[in-house]
Ligand binder design. Structure first.
Ligand code: GDP
Ligand code: MN
Length: 382
């Protein structure tokens, strides 16, 4: 689970990590008011979206008078960054940067530990640094029963800084950041850039915290911060209907029962040259109402140009699925092509119900997938 930068800054503040206090705004008028309140001549206006690379996308900008605040706030509030609408911006007093660094903690599965990552090449694309100059990235695995004693924090900070005052300030930030990671069950905490200001202070200019969703049950304060984006909202809604649904970028909507068959179906769609629009496991129960919900879910994605229903009837009965499909499509005005492969319990009854209907019936998985890829290619759905 991700949170917005301003929320991450609030957590940083609670733990005593130095940063600059900004004001969250949802309109140009609020931004102008915030600009006055900061009392700073120069401010930075920052898009609050759940995605990185805001700077590169033009979502972070400096303003030095109210006319600039007005025009930049208006521009950024109207932006889309990686498909996400910018609805909030942060107005922060600008800092004079002397140098920029990178600091994070992340769960590293290969070492089965939390790893601290430090680099003197902060502020820019850290992935690029990792590819081009990996020697500029330092990694320290943290032994969980030991954590980060002061000596280790200072050793790590001295990989970034030479001045002892900076090392001491950096070590302090490192230990606090690790405490956030552990206390709040975070999967990532990141400061990029961590900066030394012209005045010689070490502060977090950006703040990012991701959380392990499996631990939300014991982190009610974290769970309360969730602001699901439209995609996540859909996934949560699907969950409430008893589905596992994950949105993908392709054009073939898949409706499958069982996680294993759903993954196999996605793999085969890709193998035969198509692209799945989702992973959707409608689960094991034979309930036609569920099929109706699943069809609505698939059709709510306009990228879906054809639907593949792949059902193996074990507990789920094929005749129930067939009735559910008929009912669902009777109630929805769409001419989207639908390929159905039904096999297993009550297969014959299922096929009888679908005979002569709008559905394309396939006998084998190979036929079904080839059919749906061809139909998706010809589909005129907008
Ligand atoms: P990101 O692109 O989403 O990671 O957003 P950041 O908050 O990291 O900002 C991107 C870049 O904008 C930083 O690396 C800085 O170089 C610059 N920036 C952000 N805040 C300030 C500031 O207060 N003063 C100055 N001079 N630059 C800033
Ligand atoms: Mn950043």
């Amino acid at each position: 689970m991700k949170i917005q930068e301003y929320q991450a800054h609030e957590i940083f503040r609670k733990y005593g990590i130095p940063s600059v206090r900004g004001i969250v705004c949802e309109s140009v008028a609020e931004s102008l008011e915030a600009y006055r309140k900061t009392g700073s001549q120069r401010v930075v206006i920052k898009a609050q979206v759940l995605s990185g690379g805001r700077g590169k996308a033009g979502g972070v900008a400096l303003a030095s008078d109210s006319a600039q605040v007005e025009s930049l706030a208006g521009k950024i509030l109207g932006m889309k960054i990686k498909e996400l609408d910018v609805k909030k911006i942060l107005v922060v007093p600008a800092v004079e940067i002397a140098s920029e660094y990178y600091l994070s903690f992340v769960i590293d599965r290969s070492t089965k530990s939390t790893v601290m990552i430090l680099s003197s090449e902060g502020g820019v694309d850290i992935e690029q640094v990792a590819v081009n100059t990996p020697e500029k990235i330092n990694k320290i695995s943290i032994f969980p029963f030991v954590g980060i004693p002061e000596f280790l924090a200072r050793k790590a900070a001295s990989m970034l800084f030479t001045d002892f005052a900076h090392i001491r300030a950096g070590a302090n930030i490192i230990r606090k950041l690790y405490k956030i990671m552990v206390d709040l069950d975070a999967s990532l905490v990141e400061i990029n850039p961590l900066v030394i200001t012209k005045e010689g202070e070490v502060i977090a200019l950006d703040a990012k915290v991701n959380f392990d969703e499996n631990a939300l049950y014991r982190q009610p304060e974290v769970a309360a911060l969730m602001e699901p984006d439209p995609q996540e909202q859909k996934e949560l809604e699907a969950k409430s209907h008893g589905f596992s649904y994950i949105h993908l970028d392709g054009n073939i909507g898949c409706m499958v029962n069982g996680a294993g068959l759903a993954m196999t179906t996605m793999d085969l769609v890709n193998l035969y040259g198509g692209k799945a629009a989702n992973f959707l496991d409608i689960g094991g129960s034979s309930n036609s109402g569920k099929v109706v919900q699943a069809v609505k879910l698939l059709l709510s994605d306009s990228n879906v140009k054809a639907v593949l229903v792949n059902i193996f009837g074990g507990i789920t009965r094929c005749d129930d699925v067939a009735r559910g499909l008929t009912e669902a499509f009777n109630g929805i005005n769409t001419d989207i092509p639908v390929v159905v492969r039904l096999t297993g319990t009550n297969e014959t009854e299922g096929h009888r119900i679908l005979e002569g209907s709008r559905f394309h019936i396939a006998g084998t998985m190979r036929d079904a997938i080839n059919m749906v890829i061809e139909l998706a290619g010809k589909s005129t759905r907008q």
